[in-house]
Design a protein around this ligand. Structure first.
Ligand SMILES: Nc1ncnc2c1ncn2[C@@H]1O[C@H](COP(=O)(O)OP(=O)(O)OP(=O)(O)O)[C@@H](O)[C@H]1O
Length: 418
């Protein structure tokens, strides 16, 4: 019977050292495969009557493939056994979870420490540059000025972007220094780039205020409001606040709301209320129980995106008191104040902040005689000048760090200092 089995070579044994199957080296997979290969293949018979060398080689190859597969199978079986053994998996998993939680806690703590350090350094840097900063922007000559043959009396120093000189009528030059000077060709974007770092401090919980101050017709409203095609500081600020708050959204949740008011002839008027059908509500600055200055009854509209902001700003600008003067066709006759309230909540430690950003377009300072004002315009000018002079006193007192700051001298100034 033994002789009926074909003699095959395997395990690297050479044909001349061939051996037959026995009960000890029997491999059912290998035999099945071998038999199939030998019986179904075109039988090539060696001169001695056994299979030829190519077939033997195929069998050798298949045998080693089967061995590899068997080893892999044994490995997978062991893995399945391990997975089925829950008493092994659960403690391992809860240990891993515990480790991950500890690591997460450490990372959170480090993140909080890093972000409060960032906040401290950022705002320290702002303070080092000066808590009160003054920029000067010179507008280009307008068509009327060009038509009248006017020439610019402002000279800029190319090597100092914080200085300018004014040519006086007697040909002498007056030298002025600011924190930065913007030239007539500087865009709205360039102007905003300088204010942006201060603006983002409000997200860190600091109160910030930006005033546009200057003679009538010099470009205050253009700088703060801008035009739909060329938007100013107000819109760009809110755009930046949305962008910045989004980029911090993994750590902080922010809520932004907007109020708009004007101080006209020393009276406060809410610009977000439609007063067309009834007399405007009387608004006043009052001290709250917490000691902060508030305007009770002032509309505070929550905003979620820049489209909503633009709609609100347009609404407010459209009802602002403007009039035509000799110096400016569309002169603002009131101080316009845009207040952005930022409420922040730290999502990790629950700490809350509330801060205000005031963006103020002051009415133009003017020499009453020069702008030929009379009647209602004259009364407006007197109020404007009185409040601006009171504001000048407050800023001078703040800058010289005197103990008494004359906030209460004018209702407008009281409003600016809320
Ligand atoms: N940087 C500028 N580039 C181009 N045009 C400007 C610039 N600044 C101001 N203007 C234009 O000059 C005119 C007067 O500007 P604006 O109304 O902003 O002055 P203002 O200082 O707000 O005046 P007022 O105090 O009378 O309200 C406007 O037509 C405005 O578009």
């Amino acid at each position: 019977m033994e002789d009926q089995h074909p003699q095959i070579c395997c395990d690297g044994v050479s044909p001349c050292e061939s051996k037959g199957y026995s009960a000890d080296n029997y491999d059912p997979d290998a035999v099945e495969e071998s038999e199939d290969t030998v019986t179904s293949g075109s039988r090539e018979v060696s001169p001695a009557g056994g299979p030829t060398l190519p077939i033997l080689q195929k069998i050798v190859d298949l045998s080693s493939k089967i061995k590899v597969l068997k080893d892999e199978h044994a490995l997978v079986c062991n893995q399945v056994k391990e997975i089925k053994n829950c008493s092994f998996v659960e403690p391992e998993m809860s240990k891993a979870l515990q480790l991950l939680n500890t690591e997460l806690g450490t990372l959170k703590r480090q993140y909080l420490e890093e972000s409060s350090e960032r906040k401290r350094l950022y705002n320290e840097n702002i303070e080092l540059k000066g808590n009160i900063r003054v920029f000067c922007r010179c507008r280009p000559l307008n068509q009327a000025e060009v038509g009248n043959g006017c020439a610019s009396v402002v000279e800029f120093d190319a090597s100092h972007d914080n200085e300018l000189q004014i040519l006086s009528t007697d040909s002498s030059k007056k030298h002025f220094k600011f924190d930065h000077v913007f030239k007539p060709e500087d865009s709205q974007e360039t102007v905003f780039a300088q204010t942006k770092p201060i603006v983002t401090s409000v997200l860190d919980g600091y109160n910030v205020c930006i005033f546009a101050y200057g003679q009538t017709g010099t470009g205050k409203t253009f700088t703060m409001e801008g035009t739909p095609e060329n938007r100013g500081v107000n819109y760009r600020t809110l755009e930046e606040l949305f962008r910045s708050s989004e980029s911090r959204s993994r750590l902080m949740k922010f809520e932004l709301s907007v109020s708009m008011l004007e101080v006209y002839n020393e009276k406060i008027r809410d610009l977000l209320v439609d007063n067309s059908n009834h007399p405007p509500k009387k608004l006043e600055v009052k001290q709250s129980a917490e000691g902060t200055q508030e305007v009770p009854g002032l509309v505070e509209a929550q905003v979620f995106n820049t489209d909503e902001v633009w709609d609100l700003l347009k609404r407010g600008y459209s009802v602002r008191s403007v009039g035509s003067t000799a110096a400016n066709e569309q002169s603002s006759r009131s101080h316009c104040l845009l207040r952005v309230t930022v409420k922040g909540e730290n999502l990790i430690n629950g700490q809350k902040t509330r801060s205000h950003l005031w963006l103020v377009d002051l009415a133009g300072s003017e020499r009453v005689g020069k702008v030929e004002t009379e009647g209602e315009r004259l009364k407006e000018s007197q109020f404007i000048n009185k409040s601006l002079s009171a504001l000048g006193d407050v800023i001078a007192a703040l800058a010289s760090k005197t103990s008494h700051i004359p906030y209460r001298f004018s209702p407008s100034v009281k409003t600016f200092c809320i």
